[in-house]
Each structure stands twice: as structure tokens, then as C-alpha cells.
Design a binder for this molecule. Structure first.
Ligand code: 13P
Ligand code: SF4
Length: 312
């Protein structure tokens, strides 16, 4: 019965998509059914690039609020829908604009590089945006003596400082999903599976990144598992990415580092607010729609476009 219902939901979403010339962009942390019905599944950089290229009239963004905002900023004339408007991001929320403005004032002469996981308002206060895929490239595009503020993720910023030998000033923000991944849980899994490679997202704490065999964005992690000769991976990021990993390498084994003792999962509560039912309703009603003022779009567009040009 449940299968019949979900099959008809899939069909109805596909029909609406065609009828309305809509495109569904989904992040790797979405539930498997949403990833499977999407026209494009990717990381933050890939999704921003797709949003810029699409010829569709409507963009349905199956991800979190800051990602849908980025799509709207890149496509002011298009309708951008998000299945659940409350799908926020703890990392973006860890950087309130009024506090960040005061923080910036303390460091005159610094350029601001902001991780894409921030609000549109923070983007308007930034010189250039980066994602976990291109952060090194963006930072290295500045002269070595250029003073830099990096916001909002202290873990990614610290990792980039270590990789590049820079001394960027870091905003004290973090992701509640990655920052809580426990070192003891990683060590325990590594001890139980000595044949496994540990792969981690750079939003994890420094101690976990130091233990990792590979650190990368969600796309980076996926590609690593596809090209590696290894057969087993301990994955320190959100559970959603396992769907594509298992699809691409069904013969390999993936162990997610659990967020607590009660499950073998590590879910982002915001990403998981989107469901197939909400996706269907949002296509049908063309609501909730993401709206931003023209001045916000104009100001936030500049640092995003600068990132996209530097990423080519
Ligand atoms: P990626 O750009 O690596 O997909 O990261 C997005 C994100 O929100 C990680 O928590
Ligand atoms: Fe934000 Fe963390 Fe969820 Fe990514 S995993 S969307 S950074 S709360």
C-alpha cells in the first residue's frame, strides 16, 4: 500500500515538474527519494552552478534556506520554491548579522571570505563566498599578506589556515551536526575496522580532520569512495550522502559515525524537514516561495559571482 502511494506521489511530482517547466535541485543530505526524483543532486558549489545555468521557470530547492536564497540571488526573475521554509541551518544561524557587523569593525583592512552556509545578509557583508570544494582556491586568490576574516565556520576556517599557512581571523561558528561528532566514536570505529578509511567533511572538529585519511566536500567524499581501491569507509558527515555512495559502489561498505548511541545515523534535522509530500505540495501550490528584496539580491550577488568566476 505504502509503495503504491509513494509511486503515485513520484508520478504526480514528475507530471507537475513537466507541466510547470520546473527543475528540482537537491543536496546530498536529502532523503533518498528526493535525491532520486531530483534533476540534479550535488554539493553547495554544484547546486549554485546548476542554479545559474537552468532554463527552467521554477526552481524547487530541496535543501536548506541559505541554498534556496543563493539560487534566488542567482535567478532573481525565477520563482524559487523550498518544500519547507523552516529548513534552516545551525551554522548560518551561528552568525547573526548585527554581531558580525561589530566583529568586522574590529578588524579594519581585512577582506571577508564567507562560507556559503550563511544568510544573504552576511553575504552582503562579504567580499567573496566559498564552499568546502573551493575554499583553498578562494583563499589563495588573495596575496599572502592580505588580512582575512573567515566566517562563519571556525572548523573549516581552521582547516584552511592549517592547509595554507594563513592566519585568517575566524568567526566562532559551527554546524551542530558536524561539530558534535565525537572523537571517541571515531576512534572506536577505527579500532573495530582497521581496514576502513576515515573520510570527513571539513565542518568536523580539527581533531577528527587530523585523524582522517581524506577530507572533502560532499562531492569530494563521494568521488573519493568511487575512485579509491579501498572497500570500507568510515564516513564523518551527514547520513544522506550514503545514498549516492552505495549507489555508485554497491560492493563497498560504508559506516556512518553515529551522532549518539541510539542510532547508526547522523541526520541534519533541517535537511530532513523536506519530505516527498512537502515537495509535491510546494510544486502544486507554488508555495512556499523564497522572496528577497532587490537591494539584498544586488548586494549578495557580487561575492557569489566572484566565487563562481574564481571556481571556473
Ligand atoms: P557541501 O558543500 O560539502 O555539500 O556542504 C554543505 C553542508 O551543508 C555541509 O554541512
Ligand atoms: Fe547546516 Fe550543518 Fe545541516 Fe549542513 S549539516 S545544512 S551546515 S546544520
Amino acid at each position: 500500500m505504502k509503495n503504491r502511494l509513494s509511486a503515485s506521489l513520484v508520478k504526480r511530482i514528475q507530471l507537475l515538474k513537466k507541466e510547470k517547466n520546473a527543475v528540482i535541485l537537491a543536496h546530498f543530505y536529502q532523503v533518498p527519494e528526493i535525491q532520486d526524483i531530483a534533476d540534479f543532486v550535488g554539493d553547495s558549489l554544484g547546486l549554485a552552478q546548476q542554479a545559474l545555468q537552468t532554463k527552467a521557470d521554477i526552481i524547487v530547492f530541496a535543501g536548506v534556506h541559505f541554498m534556496a536564497e543563493t539560487a534566488k540571488i542567482l535567478n532573481p526573475a525565477k520563482k524559487v520554491l523550498i518544500p519547507d521554509m523552516n529548513a534552516g541551518c545551525s551554522l548560518a544561524d551561528s552568525c547573526p548579522p548585527d554581531k558580525f557587523r561589530k566583529f568586522k569593525q574590529k578588524y579594519p583592512g581585512h577582506v571577508v571570505i564567507s562560507y556559503i552556509n550563511c544568510s544573504a545578509k552576511i553575504k552582503t557583508m562579504s567580499d567573496v563566498i566559498c564552499t568546502s570544494t573551493n575554499a583553498v582556491k578562494i583563499v589563495e586568490s588573495f596575496a599572502r599578506d592580505q588580512k582575512i576574516i573567515f566566517a562563519p565556520d571556525k572548523n573549516l576556517g581552521g582547516y584552511i589556515n592549517a592547509l595554507t599557512g594563513r592566519n585568517m581571523i575566524l568567526w566562532d561558528g559551527s554546524c551542530e551536526v558536524h561539530d558534535v561528532i565525537k572523537t571517541e566514536a571515531v576512534i572506536k570505529l577505527k579500532a573495530a575496522h582497521p581496514d576502513a578509511k576515515l573520510i570527513a567533511h571539513p565542518e568536523c572538529k580539527a581533531v577528527i580532520l587530523e585523524l582522517a585519511d581524506y577530507v572533502g566536500s560532499t562531492t569530494g567524499l563521494l568521488k573519493y569512495t568511487m575512485t579509491s581501491v579501498d572497500k570500507k569507509f568510515i564516513v564523518a558527515t551527514e547520513t544522506g550522502i550514503l545514498h549516492q555512495m552505495k549507489k555508485a559502489s554497491p560492493e563497498k561498505e560504508f559506516l556512518i559515525v553515529p551522532s549518539d548511541e541510539t542510532c547508526s545515523c547522523n541526520d541534519c534535522p533541517y535537511m530532513k524537514m523536506n519530505t516527498m509530500e512537502k515537495l509535491h505540495a510546494c510544486l502544486l501550490n507554488e508555495q512556499p516561495e523564497l522572496i528577497l528584496s532587490k537591494s539584498m539580491i544586488d548586494k549578495a550577488r557580487k561575492p557569489i559571482m566572484r566565487m563562481l568566476e574564481l571556481s571556473e
